[in-house]
Design a protein around this ligand. Structure first.
Ligand code: DOR
Length: 429
């Protein structure tokens, strides 16, 4: 099958055509010849990015297929311009064995909409006590190299140290959900500050995140191992990561689209769609994470797409589940918060949403330059197009969408996975 992407903006390199054949980019250039039988995609006015990579997605399978499946989540990924997603381990059962990691990997291989790779748990059952089968998961067919207890923090420093030491032996990375359980009571449901005080909701303070990140960068220095900080959300966290990088510590960090756009005052509505972990923070923190992403302290944007069934989410704020969906809207949120205000170029977006996450997760076929011989994983974006977010139009099985009704710029028009359209001119294929 061959396909010509005609007249796309190739970032820095001006407008050009991309000829795609047999899953690869065959040629790049101005006004390429169209071989017979080639399908042409008109990319006039569209930016071409390497297919987006999400290193933090909850696909809920196995166990909560009422909220999301690997298939439905990867369809949402394709709509959002993603060609690869990393599935978090907090499934039911938890992905803490080689057998389960292989199972998720196999389901992913059957799925035609995006490449799906499992993240392994750091500890058995996410209980924070005994290490999971880290080595076996790595040596399995799933070749897991990223491990996380996301949703829970690996809070015991000795367990964290051992996990870092263990994965260092095969070049793996520990992705930490930074939240000290002693500083963040289990009843906490939003950011601790004047708004939580006024609402009478138990909150958790910024320092619960920051102390764990500070501890972990020191453990990464001590062990010489790789640390990745999940969904960093406070100004203090950005400062610590900035310092750690200045010391040459091997740390990377991600921020979610919602922490780039939404602030804690939304919680005053008591609408549980705004309940998320880490919580939405004050405007100063939002400004700090935007600045951190713009200056490269924060490496990547990752969605923390967290679908939940209505019967888990439609409750009082204190009992509702944590999390919001995000795969389909991530690019538009980044366009709105970072590109349109002039804080990131489209090259920066390609880096933070594709190149860098692929490096962090060690995905060799994703985040590659749009050059001849490379896999044809390509996302075409219309930067000017407006979308009005409609939670009911989602491909996700869940409806916990915090952007419902908002108008955002930046529409993903086409997604190619190894040269095959998964999304074509806005329509899922
Ligand atoms: O809000 C969240 N939801 N944060 C997490 O860390 C876990 C996630 C989930 O699994 O629902």
């Amino acid at each position: 099958m061959s396909l010509l992407v005609k007249g796309a903006d190739l970032l820095g390199r001006g407008r050009a055509d991309l000829l795609v054949r047999d899953g690869k980019i065959e040629a790049v250039g101005a006004a390429l010849d169209v071989p017979a039988g080639t399908e042409v995609i008109d990319a006039d006015g569209l930016v071409a990015l390497p297919g987006l990579v999400d290193i933090h997605t909850h696909l809920r399978e196995p166990g909560r297929e009422d909220a999301e499946t690997i298939e439905s989540g990867s369809q949402a990924a394709a709509v959002g311009g993603y060609t690869a997603v990393m599935a978090m381990a907090n499934t039911e059962p938890v992905t803490d064995t080689a057998i389960l990691a292989e199972w998720v990997w196999e389901q992913g291989r059957r799925c035609a909409y995006a490449d799906v790779y499992p993240i392994g748990a750091v500890t058995k059952g996410l209980a924070g006590e005994q290490l999971a089968e880290l080595g076996l998961m790595h040596r399995s067919r799933a070749q897991v190299s990223m491990f996380s207890d996301d949703g829970k923090c690996v809070h015991d420093p000795q367990v964290m140290r051992r996990a870092l030491e263990y994965v260092k032996t095969f070049g793996g990375v520990i992705a930490q959900h930074a939240q000290d359980p002693r500083l963040a009571p289990h009843t906490a449901c939003c950011h601790e500050g004047p708004i939580s005080g006024r609402l009478g909701l138990p909150g958790w303070p910024a320092v619960a995140e920051e102390t764990i990140i500070a501890r972990d960068v020191m453990l990464a220095r001590q062990t010489g191992s790789r640390l990745h900080v999940c969904h960093l959300s406070t100004a203090g966290s950005v400062e610590i990561v900035r310092w750690a990088k200045s010391q040459g510590i091997d740390v990377t960090a991600e921020v979610t689209p919602h922490h780039l756009m939404l602030t804690t005052d939304l919680v005053a509505s008591y609408d549980s769609v705004y309940k998320v972990n880490p919580p939405l923070r004050p405007a100063e923190d939002v400004e700090a994470v935007r600045a951190g992403l713009a200056d490269g302290t924060i490496d990547a944007v990752a969605t923390d797409h967290a679908p939940h069934a209505l019967n888990d989410k439609q409750h009082d704020f204190q009992v509702a589940a944590f999390g919001m969906v995000g795969l389909e809207t991530a690019l538009a949120v980044v366009t709105e918060t970072m590109v349109r205000p002039g804080r990131m170029t489209w090259e920066d977006v390609a880096y933070a949403m594709s190149v860098r996450p692929a490096e962090i997760a060690q995905l060799t076929d994703h985040g590659r330059p749009l050059e001849p011989g490379e896999p044809a994983n390509i996302t075409l974006v219309d930067p000017q197009a407006e979308i009005t977010v409609d939670r009911d139009a989602s491909r996700s099985l869940s409806r916990n969408n915090p952007y419902h009704g908002r108008t955002l710029h930046g529409r993903v028009m086409t997604t190619l996975l190894r040269g095959v359209p998964t999304l074509l001119e806005g329509r899922l294929q």
